[in-house]
Design a protein around this ligand. Structure first.
Ligand code: ADP
Ligand code: GLC
Length: 487
C-alpha cells in the first residue's frame, strides 16, 4: 500500500513532544513491514537542515495566495540521533517549502513571544492542502497514495479538501494525539483557505461558532484513530470529550484506539549515546552510576540513598505538574529528590524554579527542551512522575519502563493501558493512583518510596518493567489492518 503520512513534527527533523516520536517511528515501522510510506511536513529551518539526501521536488504554484510553494524531497535520518545512520532510516520525506510561512526560527507553533503564530491557520491549512493535492494529482512527480494518514489538528483539513474536490480520492485516516488542541480560528478564515462557506456548519467544520481544524479531521476522515484504547473510550464520554463526544459517539464504528509504540532504536539503555554507563535488565549496575552523574549534572546532592524522582514534560495543565509541586516538600521530608525538565506555561516554569530554590540539593529544574538530558534523566532517575489529568497515550512512561525508572502515574488514557500497579505482585511495573488529588498522588508516592527501601523487590519490578514489549511493530500491524480495510 502507498501511504502518505502527514504531521506537523517528526523526530529527528523537529520535535516538541510525543507526536514527533510517533511520526518519526511509525512510518519507519510501516516501511519495515513492506509498505510504501512517505512523510510530509512543513519545511521548517531545522527540518530542512536535518533532512538527508535533499533534492528539489515539484512546484505547486501558489495554492493559498501567500507565495510560491514547492516540495523538497529527501529521507529521514537514521536512528542514532540527528544525521545518524542507524537502522530503519531512509523513509522518504517531502517538505512543503513556503518561506513566508515556515522560514521562522524555533518552535513550530509559537512565536518568540510564546503565543501561537497569528497565521497558523494558513501555515497548517497549506500543509493540509498540499497533502490533499498529493492525493489527487500525479503531476507532482509522485505516485498517488492509497491512504493519507493525517495527525492532529494541524492536518485536519486534509479530508475536507479531498471531499470538496471530489473525484477518485485516497482513503483518509485521522489520528487524534490530543483532543485538547483543536485548531480553532474565526469562521471567516474559511475563505482564504479555499473551502466553501457551506462547510462552516455543524455538519462540517464549525465548532461552537469557530472553524476547527480538529473537527474537520473528525468529521470528514474515513477512519479516526487515537493513541490508546482507554483514550478512545474516554473521548466519547461527557467528562473527557471536550465537546466532541457527541460526534465521536456517532462515529464509534469508525473509531479505534491503537496503542503507540516505543522506538528502541532511540530508547535503549544498553545502547544510548547520551548516557555514560549503559545498563540492561541483566546488568543493572550502570544505572546507579548514571544516577550519580545526573545528580552531579543537576546540582543535586550526590547520595545513592536519596530516591530520585524525575519529571520530563511539557509544563501544561494536562500533565499535573501542579500536583508534583504540591508533593515536593513531602518527597524531600521522606528522603527523596526531584529533578524536573520541561517548559511551557510561564507560571509553572516559575513555580518549579521556586521549588528548586526552596530545596537546594534536593530539587532541581531545567527549563527548556533538551533531548539528550531527557535520556540521562530516564537513565539516572529511580522513578518517573506522570500524574496527568488526561493522557492520550504518553511515551515518557514507556521510556521510563524501558530504563527501569518505575513510573508513578494516574489511571487515565494510555497510562492506564501501559502501567500495572505494584499491588499486582506478579505483573506490577509502577504505581497507579486514580483521582487527580494530592492525597491519592502522595499515597502512590509513599508506596513507591516504601518499595524502594526493599531493593530485592524493587529490582524484580525493574526487570519486569524493562522486559515489557511496546514495539512499533505491533502498532504498525494495527494500522496496516485498518488501512487494508479501507482500500
Ligand atoms: P506529550 O506528547 O503530551 O508531550 P509524551 O509522553 O507522549 O507527551 O511525549 C513526550 C516526549 O517529549 C517524550 O519523548 C519526552 O522525552 C519529550 N520531552 C518532553 N519535554 C521535554 C523536554 N523539556 N526536553 C526534552 N524532551 C522532552
Ligand atoms: C500527544 C499526547 C500524548 C501522546 C502523544 C503521541 O502529545 O499528549 O499522550 O503520547 O501525543 O501520540
Amino acid at each position: 500500500m502507498r501511504i502518505l503520512f502527514v504531521a506537523s513534527e517528526a523526530y529527528p527533523l523537529i520535535k516538541t513532544g510525543g507526536l514527533a516520536d510517533v511520526a518519526g517511528a511509525l512510518p519507519v515501522a510501516l516501511a519495515e513491514a513492506g509498505e510504501d510510506v512517505r512523510l510530509l511536513l512543513p519545511a521548517y529551518p531545522d527540518a530542512l537542515d536535518r533532512l538527508k539526501d535533499k533534492e528539489r521536488g515539484a512546484h505547486l504554484g501558489d495554492p493559498i495566495g501567500v507565495g510560491e510553494v514547492k516540495l523538497i524531497n529527501g529521507r529521514l535520518p537514521g536512528g542514532d540521533g540527528p544525521g545518524g545512520d542507524g537502522p530503519g532510516n531512509g523513509v522518504p520525506v517531502s517538505l512543503v517549502h513556503c518561506p513566508p510561512l515556515y522560514d521562522r526560527p524555533g518552535n513550530p507553533y509559537l512565536g518568540p513571544d510564546g503565543r501561537d503564530w497569528p497565521d497558523n491557520h494558513l501555515r497548517f491549512g497549506l500543509l493540509s492542502r498540499v497533502a490533499a493535492m498529493l492525493g489527487v494529482s500525479s503531476e507532482t512527480g509522485m505516485a498517488r497514495p492509497d491512504i493519507i494518514h493525517a495527525n492532529d489538528w494541524q492536518t485536519g483539513l486534509v479530508p475536507a479538501y479531498l471531499r470538496h474536490w471530489g473525484g477518485p480520492i485516497p482513503a483518509t485516516v485521522f489520528t487524534v494525539h490530543n483532543l485538547a488542541y483543536q485548531g480553532r480560528f474565526p469562521g471567516e478564515t474559511i475563505g482564504p483557505l479555499g473551502l466553501p462557506r457551506a462547510y462552516m456548519s455543524m455538519h462540517g467544520l464549525e465548532f461552537n461558532g469557530d472553524l476547527s481544524f480538529l473537527k474537520a479531521g473528525l468529521y470528514y476522515s474515513d477512519r479516526i484513530t487515537t493513541v490508546s484504547p482507554t483514550y478512545a473510550h474516554e473521548i466519547q464520554t461527557d467528562g473527557e470529550g471536550q465537546g466532541f463526544q457527541g460526534l465521536l459517539r456517532a462515529r464509534d464504528k469508525d473509531l479505534v484506539g491503537i496503542l503507540n509504540g516505543e522506538d528502541d532504536r532511540i530508547w535503549d539503555p544498553a545502547h544510548d549515546p547520551d548516557i555514560h554507563h549503559p545498563f540492561s535488565s541483566a546488568r543493572l549496575s550502570g544505572k546507579a552510576l548514571d544516577k550519580s552523574d545526573l545528580q552531579r549534572e543537576m546540582g543535586l546532592e550526590e547520595r545513592a540513598g536519596f530516591m530520585l524522582f524525575g519529571v520530563i514534560s511539557r509544563f501544561a495543565e494536562q500533565k499535573g505538574i501542579d500536583l508534583v509541586l504540591e508533593a515536593v516538600s513531602d518527597i524531600v521530608a521522606n528522603g527523596g529528590q526531584v529533578a524536573m525538565l520541561g517548559s511551557g506555561e510561564p507560571a509553572l516554569e516559575e513555580a518549579c524554579r521556586v521549588a528548586a530554590r526552596s530545596h537546594p540539593g534536593r530539587v532541581a529544574v531545567r527549563v527548556g527542551f533538551d533531548e539528550s538530558l531527557a535520556h540521562r534523566m530516564q537513565a539516572g532517575c529511580d522513578s518517573l512522575l506522570m500524574p496527568s489529568r488526561f493522557e492520550p497515550c504518553g511515551l515518557s512512561q514507556l521510556y521510563a519502563l524501558r530504563y527501569g525508572t518505575l513510573p508513578v502515574v494516574r489511571h487515565t488514557g494510555g497510562l492506564a493501558d501501559t502501567v500495572v500497579d505494584a499491588g499486582d505482585r506478579e505483573n506490577g511495573t509502577g504505581f497507579v493512583f486514580w483521582d487527580p488529588n494530592i492525597a491519592e498522588f502522595q499515597g502512590a508516592l509513599h508506596r513507591a518510596m516504601a518499595l524502594y527501601r526493599q531493593p530485592g523487590l524493587w529490582q524484580e519490578m525493574q526487570r519486569r518493567a524493562m522486559g515489557q514489549d511496546f514495539s512499533w511493530r505491533r502498532a504498525a500491524e494495527g494500522y496496516r489492518r485498518l488501512y487494508r480495510g479501507l482500500i
